[in-house]
Structure formats: C-alpha cells, structure tokens
Write a protein that binds this ligand. Structure first.
Ligand code: FE2
Ligand code: FE2
Length: 310
C-alpha cells in the first residue's frame, strides 16, 4: 500500500490579540521570530552558506511564537501544588511491574511458534481495508513523535523537568507519562511491520521528518495553556484509538482490537489526570484559568502531528 498522507500547510500566523497574556503581567511576553531563507536581508548570506554545504532545514517551520506568557509570580501556584500533584496526579500512573508491554500483544520471537503467530497476524490483517491502515499509520506516526511531546511538556514554566531527573512531582509525572506513552508507538510500529500491509520505509521517513519539525501547540511556555492543551489532546487520541479498536473488531480482528483498545485505555487515564490539573487550577485561580481556556479555544487545539509531511 502506498502511503500518501496529506501534509497540512504550515503558514506563518499573525499574532492574535488572544495570544497575549491572559492576565496583567509584570513583564511582556517575548516573541521568537525565525527568519526564513527568503528574507532579502539574509538571502546573500544564506546563498554563501548553501554554496558551501546545504544546511539541514526542517520541512515545516513555525515563524512567530509567543514565549513565557504566564506572569512569573504565578510560578508559585505550581510550586504550591507539589504535594497536591504527588497525591492526586501520580496515582494515575501505573506501576511498571503491573503495566502491559508491547510484547504481551505480539508474536514471541523467542518461541517456536513465532512464525505461525506471524502468519496468523498477517492473515487477520489481510481482512482489513486499506483505509483502515491509513488511519492506523497516522496514529502510529503520531505516537512515534514522542520526543517532541516530552520536549513540549518541558517547555512549561514552573513544571518542567529542570535536570532530566528532577524529583519534583511534575517532573516525575512527565517522565513516567513519557515512559507509558513510549509503549504505544512501539506496539503499533511492531504490529504494522509484521502485518506486511504498509510501506515501512516511507513511514519511517515520515517519522524522521515529523520529529525534526517538532510541533507548535501555541502554549507559550504557559502551564495553564499547556495542561488545557494536553487534556484535549489525550481525549482526541483516546477517541482515535478507540475508533480503530471498534473498526478492527467489526472486521473480525479481535487481537488488533485489543491492541488499540489497550492504548485507548491509557489515553483515557492520561486525560483524567490532565483534566484534574485543570480542575484544580479552576479552583485556585478561576479567572486566570477561564481566560487561558478561552485563549486555547480561540486558537483551536492543533493535534500533535500537525507538522507532519509525507
Ligand atoms: Fe499515546
Ligand atoms: Fe497520550
């Protein structure tokens, strides 16, 4: 099956008034502007560099980005939520020893029956239509760009993992959330590889392009915006994996339905956790949270793979 995913056009956007800080700030938000290579002021310099060696450029670039829109004094809110996060957020993580692993759902390469199990998997996959695999590949590529999502969480002021091994509840959550999510891409990737239904090299190229492009959810290093974003994003992936589970079942592939349904259950648990954070923020700072919510709704929630290119 030739995989042709429609790339979304990435247009530089004008800064809307809603992109300004949701409440009065003691400092102005910073703006990051990336000059494009078509800028006349830079064009001669760029041509010189290109004549030496063409530099690597991501296929999609975001040209105007708002930075640090949360007033710095509000960082204290997130610091004061440390104990709350430990008691209310971390319980939504699963013990690794009790967690499922991709291998639980895949043929065991160390067993004598491996080849027969692969044959059965491929026979079941043959019954699914091409359209189904287009969606499943989209889901898998989205999951595989996980480095971008961990990066995104670590852009958020007051909750980022400052060292990569920070002991704060926020950082513990982010690392463990990433570790749970990492199984989603692994499982779907291995399943799709074994199915024989897709062009794996094209998919792998798309993943490489996508991670290189990153993402721009327009959360402005602002944890209010960030956690509203993740609440919706987890819900969207829950719905998407739930739909592929249902469709697999309808086509008689119960094992694939179990794979997608298991991933969907993780997304639901993550949605619950992120929603809890937003609920708590509504309690502590109702005005700031409602303004941030309105801001994200006006901007719309861009899904994680919005900078995907084929
Ligand atoms: Fe996921
Ligand atoms: Fe997720």
């Amino acid at each position: 099956m030739a995989l042709k995913l429609n790339p979304l056009a990435c247009q530089p956007y004008k800064l809307p008034s809603s992109a300004r800080p949701p409440v009065s700030s003691s400092r102005s938000p910073k703006f990051l502007c990336l000059a494009s290579s078509s800028s006349p002021a830079l064009s001669s310099g760029v041509k010189e560099v290109e004549s030496l060696k063409k530099p690597f450029t991501p296929p999609k670039e975001v040209h105007v980005q708002v930075l640090h829109s949360m007033p710095p004094q509000k960082i204290e809110i997130f610091e004061s939520m440390e104990d709350w996060a430990e008691q209310n957020l971390l319980p939504h993580l699963k013990d690794v020893e009790k967690s499922w692993q991709p291998q639980d759902f895949l043929p065991d390469p160390a067993s004598d029956g491996f080849e027969d199990q692969v044959k059965e998997l491929r026979e079941r996959a043959r019954e699914l239509p091409d359209d189904y695999f287009v969606v499943l590949v989209g889901d898998m590529i989205t999951e595989e760009a996980l480095p971008t999502y961990q990066t995104m969480l670590n852009t958020l002021d007051g909750v980022r993992d400052e060292t990569g091994a920070s002991p704060t509840s926020w950082a513990v959550w982010t690392r463990a959330w990433t570790a749970e999510e990492n199984r989603h891409g692994d499982l779907l990737n291995k399943y799709l590889y074994l199915s024989g239904r897709v062009d794996m090299r094209q998919i792998e190229k798309t993943i490489q392009y996508l991670i290189g492009s990153g993402m721009d959810p327009r959360t402005e290093n602002n944890p209010y915006l960030g956690f509203i974003y993740t609440s919706f994003q987890e819900r969207a992936t829950f719905i998407s994996h739930g739909n592929t589970a249902r469709q697999a079942k309808e086509h008689g592939d119960l094992k694939l339905a179990q794979i997608c349904g298991t991933i969907a259950a993780d997304e639901k648990r993550h949605e619950t956790a992120y929603t809890k954070i937003v609920e708590k923020l509504l309690e502590i700072d109702p005005d700031g949270t409602v303004v941030a919510f309105a801001d994200m709704m006006r901007k719309k929630i861009s899904m994680p793979a919005h900078l995907m290119s084929a």
